[in-house]
Design a protein. Sequence first.
Length: 319
Amino acid sequence: MVKTAFPQRLLEEYEEEILEHRLHREIMATQVANDIVNRMGLNFILRQSKATGASTADVARAYIAVLELFRLRDTWSMIEALDHQVSTGVQLEMMLHLIRLVKRATRWMLRNRRHQLAPSELIEEFREGMDQLFEVPSEVFRGRASEQYQSLLDRYVEQGVDPVLAELVARTSQAYTALGIIQVGKEIDLPLLEVARFYFMVGERLELDWFISQILATKVESEWQALARDTYLEDLEWQHRTLTMGALRHHTEDGNLLSSIKAWEKQEAALLKRWQEMLAELHATEAPDFSMFAVANRELLDLAQSSMRSAAETASPPP
């Protein structure tokens, strides 16, 4: 990021000297700090640090890796270039989608790669998988995830946004899941596209997108409630990932996803029934509160842990 601090002409004529500048570290730190504040606001570092216990430097490292992996610099520039072409409200709304993605993906990195936050290492670890998932057809989205994607895409195209940019922003509604999908792919020897299809199918059948929407819609009246809401969302990501991994242990040789899901559902029938009953109560409640989310998360955790135990027992040969 040092290059962004100098005019283009100086870069063209003195690139080597700029890269060897004696204040290289200080210039880079200033550029990163300015970038974070300009894109994410003044409290981004503080909120991420408070929620995860990560240092300021680690938050910055995770942030840089997220921008690169999700190709957000280019998308941000494309949105900024829409000045006087679409309404300011549409531009701001699109930027908010990117900001939400950065917040959640940065938090994921801080939680799941706490001691491996060098941006170059994170980019190397996730780049191949991210490149594959960028090419995943939108048909992979299921249920509410598909509806949300299509709704955003249609809205922005109708507002005059170029269809390519509209699709990029619409995909950010589900882009955060790429990190969990890649993590599952590392554990299960299956093509990443198959893992993605399975991931969204599990989410659809358990109504996890709807559950997330209820958590996000809950009014937050204190800092502790804001932290609780973020914690529930993080727990759900882990549980969704774990459930996918457990269900994938039932993957059949013919590649039939529905058969695999049904085999998993049969094995976990008792706990799935409890989860369905919990969902029915949530659906019937006009304004679910944090206590209900805590209990529901506990039920989902039981299901996730049972799925992994059952998968391990199935994989282990009898004594």
